[in-house]
Design a protein around this ligand. Structure first.
Ligand code: ZN
Length: 386
């Protein structure tokens, strides 16, 4: 091909034209090489790029799961340790009768009533709680030395065998464990909480096994920790105490006795306990003092109003432990042998049920009688120290 010599196209000098670029273009200019490189490479992803992206994504998911479960766990333990879910306000009601006015004055003189008080209600689904948590909710913590009350020296009656009464408190809350206790065909005494589920139905099971029924009345404890929907408190007026108590007792048509659920604070309140005793006297009911406090005015107020009083000797199951409960049952036997009779209180816990199931059939050969509380009340007296 012939060279086209001689013809030289002069390169035209580039025209320098001043172009004024918009500001954003000017700003993009220094970054253009970077973007260009990016655009070039974006279609060149290798398998390991995707692999690392997937690993990073999974790691983020795992981190999020761990953090959220830690958060919910904290929320849950906070809920279990400080149970303040509903708040209910009580305002003292104006006195209605002359009796009330006298009571009000008595109370006002020695213990001024607060204008209002707050009651925290427990509203916890027990299905989600462990054994320990359920019973932490329902019972008051007692000091170790309070688990066995001193047995008074007394000459045992010679004509009768040593007698024991076993009272099982807090019946009716855990349906399953109440059923266990109700299945024991022995004359144990079942104390049903006023706010038990399907009260009549559960009571019928106990009655069918030959058990005696009594009412377990919720009363205010010293430590404001666990509260029930309905409870006798030291901030109630005498009218409120009386009305609440009447409502509670009316739930149980055929009982001969009541005892206190918790109540380390309420049973120390002389005036409100006197309102309780007046009502128990009217209905001819026995009062079993659970002795959640050694300063309970139960005995003196019961005596004042002529209410038959019996006192608990042994708490069986402050530990939900089979061997411990068997030990407490042996202590109950010893008290019964030396004193003639003994009263032990337990709860519908799994180990209590198993211990009772093992222990109850041994009583006959030991020569010990198991009697319901109403019968025990005839044996013991209001003045056990005499
Ligand atoms: Zn109780």
């Amino acid at each position: 091909m012939p060279q086209r010599m001689g013809y030289h196209k002069k390169p035209r000098p580039a025209k320098i034209k001043k172009v004024s670029r918009p500001l954003e273009k000017q700003l993009q200019l220094p970054l253009q090489p970077f973007f260009r490189q990016f655009e070039k490479k974006q279609h060149n992803y290798r398998w390991y790029h995707w692999f690392f992206a997937a690993v990073l994504f999974l790691a983020l998911i795992v981190l999020a799961t761990v953090l959220s479960s830690a958060y919910y766990h904290r929320q849950y333990s906070a809920a279990a340790s400080n149970i303040t879910i509903k708040v209910k306000e009580y305002t003292p009601v104006a006195p209605q009768t002359i009796e009330d006015i006298i009571d009000q004055q008595e109370i006002a003189e020695s213990a001024p009533l607060p204008e209002t008080s707050e009651l925290n209600e427990v509203d916890v689904d027990e299905q989600n709680l462990s054994n320990e948590q359920v019973y932490d909710l329902y019972e008051e913590k007692l000091p170790e030395e309070n688990h066995v009350a001193a047995a008074e020296e007394q000459v045992p009656p010679t004509d009768t065998k040593p007698s024991i009464t076993i009272v099982i408190d807090d019946m009716g809350i855990s349906t399953k464990r109440t059923k266990d206790i109700s299945s024991l065909a022995y004359p144990i005494t079942a104390s049903f909480l006023t706010y038990a589920n399907n009260l009549n139905e559960q009571i019928a099971n106990s009655v069918a096994s030959g058990q005696e029924i009594m009412a377990h009345l919720p009363m205010e404890p010293q430590v404001m920790q666990n509260f029930t929907a309905e409870m006798l408190t030291t901030s109630m007026s005498s009218t409120e105490v009386r009305e609440t108590l009447r409502d509670m007792l009316d739930l149980f048509p055929h009982i001969t006795a009541v005892n206190n659920h918790m109540g380390s604070k309420f049973t120390e309140d002389k005036f409100r306990m006197s309102v309780v005793m007046k009502e128990l006297a009217k209905r001819n009911l026995i009062f079993l003092d659970s002795k959640t406090t050694s300063h309970s005015v139960g005995p003196e107020e019961a005596e004042r109003y002529g209410v038959k009083l019996v006192e608990r000797n042994v708490f069986l199951d402050n530990k939900d432990d089979f061997d411990y409960i068997m030990g407490q049952l042996r202590q109950t036997e010893e008290i019964a042998r030396s004193k003639g009779y003994a009263i032990a209180i337990g709860h519908p816990k799994e180990q209590t049920y198993l211990a009772l199931k093992a222990w109850l059939p041994t009583l006959e050969e030991k020569g010990i009688r198991l009697i319901p509380l109403s019968e025990m009340a005839k044996l013991s007296s209001n003045t056990p120290n005499e």
